[in-house]
Design a protein around this ligand. Sequence first.
Ligand code: AMP
Length: 283
Amino acid sequence: MLRLSDIAEWRSYANGVRAKGRTVGLVPTMGALHQGHAALFRAAKDRGDVVVATLFVNPRQFNDAGDLERYPRTPELDRSLALDSGVDCLIEPTLDAMWPAYPAPTPTTVSVGGLSDLYEGAGRPGHFDGVASVVAKLFAITGPARAYFGEKDFQQLAVVRQMVRDLAFDVEVVGCPIVRDHDGLAFSSRNARISKDGRRQALALSEALACVAGHADCASAQRARLTATLREAGVELAYADVVDPTTLVPSRDDETGERRALVAGFVEGVRLLDNGPVRIVGR
Ligand code: AMP
C-alpha cells in the first residue's frame, strides 16, 4: 500500500492509474477507521477500482471546536486496517495542503442549497458546506471514476449526489449499506466516546428503526414511534423523521411507499445518527 500526503504526488499517482487504463475508486474518510469504512474499501476493490482512500479530519465541516478537538484519531490502526481491506493508496493530506488559509475562511465554498439546511445541517450550521467543499476538492485532485459513501450518513450521500448532478462531475457516486455491530449499533468513529451504559442507550436508535421497519403505517404514526422509542431510552433527541430518500422532504400522511427514517440524538453529549428503510401507508 502506497502512502502519500503531497497533493502533487497524489494527483500524479491518480493520473498514472488512469494512463494505464485503470479506474480510480475514491473513499473519503476522516480516519478512526472501523468496519463501516472497511466495507467501502472492499466495495471499491470488488468493482475493480484502484482504491484510493483519504484520511482527513476536515475542520471546515465542524461547527463546534470542542467536537473537532475530541474527534478520535488513530492513524497507526487506520494504516493497518486500510492495508488489510485492500486500499492501494492511502492519502493523509496535511491541513496546510487542503486549506492553507485555515483558520481564516477559504474564499471558495461549495454549497448545496436546500438539502444542506435540513436535519444535520439545521443542527450544525455550515456542516454540509464543509463536506461539499472538501469532497469537490478531493474529486478535483483524484479524478475518480467512482466515489464510495456510506448510507450511514444518508443526508451526506444525498448532498454529494446533488452536487455531482448540479456541477456535472464525471463521478459515479456509490452508496454502500450501513454496517452494524453485533448488537445493532451502526459503526461510527464517535462510538469510541460513549461508555458501556451510554452504548445501551444508543441502541435505541437502531431499535427505533427496526420498530418502524416492522410496521406499515402512515408517516406521522411512524414518526411518533421513532420519537417515543428514543425518548423512553433517555436519548436527547435531535430529530426523528420519515422522508423522501432523494429530496429529504418529510412524508405526508396521504403518501404511500418506501421512504427513509432518519434519527439523531445525543448520548453522553455525543451526537449519534442512524437511518433505515421504512414503508408508509397513506390514510
Ligand atoms: P467518516 O470517516 O465518518 O467521515 O466516514 C467516511 C465514510 O464512511 C462516509 O461515507 C460514511 O458514511 C461511511 N461510514 C461511516 N460509518 C459507516 C457504517 N457504519 N456503515 C457504512 N458506512 C459508514
